[in-house]
Design a binder for this molecule. Structure first.
Ligand code: GRF
Length: 202
């Protein structure tokens, strides 16, 4: 039985389709988590509109480039503190995650990556670059991976993967779309299981 809901923040920089899938899941199921905040580094990101659509608090920490400066790290830490966050889902967040955040939420920050990690992960492997490489290497299967976030990119324990076939006629765009559809299914489910474990103190 779910006795309470874990307070989840989503961090995203782009369109926000995963954010929307996670929010919808939390509304439509008796989820073990509730999305209490969205944090972005991009005020023009689609995810900002998703936050508005579902009346979810949205905070923007603007940035130049990938790295964080002391001020942005302090702002981020203050935001998660004031939101009372207990777990974090990265969904296309194109910034380094500061170690301060990883240390504050050990094993409670998750990410979804559009490949079968450990393949096609690491620096420079994001978005369409991943799918281009998969097709270039004539892989027959690709997919997505939900994993725990560690300080090194795409390196933490893998919790779940979805598989899709890479067809002969596949383009990076069609592959990306196909994989994204599977992300929307597995990510909310994995977050729900993790939230239950947190509630149970596991
Ligand atoms: C997804 O492909 C996800 O795998 C990656 O970033 C993308 C986010 O897409 N980490 P969206 O903004 O959720 O639509």
């Amino acid at each position: 039985m779910i006795t309470r809901k874990i307070r989840l923040a989503i961090m995203a920089s782009g369109k926000g389709s995963n954010a929307e899938a996670i929010i919808k899941f939390s509304f439509e199921n008796n989820a073990a988590f509730e999305v209490v905040g969205i944090i972005t580094n991009n005020p023009k990101a689609g995810v900002v509109d998703i936050a508005k659509k579902y009346s979810i608090r949205c905070e923007c920490i603007p940035s130049d480039g990938m790295t964080n400066n002391i001020e942005s790290t302090i702002s981020l830490m203050q935001i998660v503190e004031t939101m009372g966050i207990e777990m974090i889902a990265l969904a296309g967040y194109l910034r380094m995650i500061p170690n301060e955040l990883i240390n504050k939420f050990p094993n409670k920050i998750y990410n979804i990556h559009p490949s079968l990690l450990p393949k096609y992960g690491g620096k420079g492997m994001y978005g369409i670059h991943v799918h281009k490489k998969v097709i270039e290497n004539r892989e027959q299967i690709s997919g997505s991976s939900v994993h725990i976030v560690e300080s090194e990119y795409d390196s933490g324990k893998i919790l779940c993967q979805s598989l899709v076939c890479v067809e002969e006629s596949e383009t990076p765009t069609t592959l990306s779309e196909k994989i994204l559809q599977t992300e929307h299914i597995i990510y909310p489910l994995v977050l729900n299981e993790q939230a239950k474990q947190i509630i149970c103190g596991l």
